[in-house]
Design a protein around this ligand. Sequence first.
Ligand SMILES: Nc1ncnc2c1ncn2[C@@H]1O[C@H](COP(=O)(O)OP(=O)(O)OP(=O)(O)O)[C@@H](O)[C@H]1O
Length: 564
Amino acid sequence: MARRVLIVEDEDTLRFTFEHFLAAEGYAVDTAADFAEAIGKVESADYDLVFTDIILGNDNGIDVLREVKERQPSIPVVMITGYPNVETASDAVRLGAFDYLPKPVKRDALLRVARMALEHKDLMEEREKYRTNLEAIFQSVDDAILTVDLDMNVVAYNESGKYFFSLAAESIGRRYVPGEGNGAFLHALTETLKTKRPVETQRTECVVGGSEKRVVSLKTSPLVDRTGTFSGAVMVVRDETRLDDLEKSFEGRETFHNLVGSSPRMKEIYAFVESLADVPTTVLVTGESGTGKELVAAALHYKGGRSTKPFVKVNCSALAEPLLESELFGHVKGAFTGAIKDKMGRFQKADGGTIFLDEIGDISPGMQVRLLRVLQEREFERVGDSTPIKVDVRVIAATNVDLAEKVRIGQFREDLFYRLKVVRIHIPPLRERREDIPMLVEHFLAKFRGKFKKDVSAVSDEVMKVFMSYPWPGNVRELEHVLEHSCIVCTSGLITLEHLPSDFMEHHEIHGNEPATERETTLQAIRKALEKSGGNKAKAARLLGISRITLYRKLNELKIVHDE
Ligand SMILES: Nc1ncnc2c1ncn2[C@@H]1O[C@H](COP(=O)(O)OP(=O)(O)OP(=O)(O)O)[C@@H](O)[C@H]1O
């Protein structure tokens, strides 16, 4: 669309000349001969640029400038001036004029200043939009944010910050003084200002609004601009009172949805899942293979308001790109050879519910771009069709590889990574929560008693000792398989060492009942993965849930010699 320009000039010939120059360049030009006409026009139309002569008969161009700036500060105003008035013109620039053009005004100069003024306007608008967006984000996040300068004076805070840090408008520019009971805030800020390093404090109590006790986690980070200048610190405080209460309510819990385990780490996960169940954010579930990522995803779905809608699972590593694309987004008949009829994709099948994208770390760069778009816009096209389809789907993704490392080595898009990990739930490996083993054993024995119609009621003390020291590289899935195997071969009511698969006995014979050290545990897990993968390191790394680079590093550290 043509940019609209207003020329305010009392001399007819000049007015017509400027109009002619600008119109010939494609601008939509309006003219006014005096102040009143100019203001009338500014009020009734949206201009992108105003040229005004400083002397307008009895009127003054400076008044035009003032009026325009008051109504719409973003419109650039260029003053036109005769030589005796150059000083007034430069005063006008101080009053907000974009520039001035001395008479006689040449065509090229007029067009150049018009182009520059419009470019400047676009830039300012873009910057303003960016600033407003940032401001909106800053104000709308629930976390309380406060920034201070090097002398601990308040620079800015958001809505939540106002309440959390008990700040008033007049606090800006003044020293930040935390209320009673909030020493942790001051301590973290002071530390960051002193060391230029971030400080993180998990779950600490603070007092807001003078008397209300809250449980918060806080993080302070140094404020460093692009040139590396250190100018202060920002503090972000997250209210975790609800999560803390929820965790307390899970104190005695041993199960949650289909998850079994009463270790503190598992209880934290139960509380977190419960608190997230009704929040539609994307969640990234991480953890080694067999730790229960799918169970956590299912719990997130079935514990929330979407539970009556579909929970659709897709294993992203099982299909090659073209198939995965049509599986996720669907296709229309004839989209490719073999597409004999329309097919609905899993995203559409999950509408209203949840889609669980397992092994997300394995998707190709092309699929990463498509997925990013669905996450951003909640819309996609079927293969072979250009009509966008809107869906309301909650996305839960899971991975057993180190996605951050994949980002670092350029195999995974950073923007997609950040979109996915809006909220991250990490499930620790079984060897880090051994206290869950007895309960899991009971759970699986009950399951297999039913399945095999056998009255296997327990495992012997020796077996339990082996279980408690074994590194469990395959995590809960491996425990489940071991118990399934043992139940099948067991003919009495008690599982003893002889019923265990050979790996267990090997481990038991080498290590006795001593709990494995960290090194032994890792060593054992890597050896086993390499055995399973037939020496293929990429595959072994995948089985272990680590990247190939990490595997190589560990092989070096542990001095494991393994031929390709
Ligand atoms: N805490 C748990 N309680 C009960 N069963 C569990 C638990 N964790 C895992 N399991 C069982 O272990 C098996 C593996 O779990 P799941 O498939 O959820 O793991 P995963 O982390 O998604 O594995 P992968 O990365 O290989 O896809 C399943 O049979 C599941 O029921």
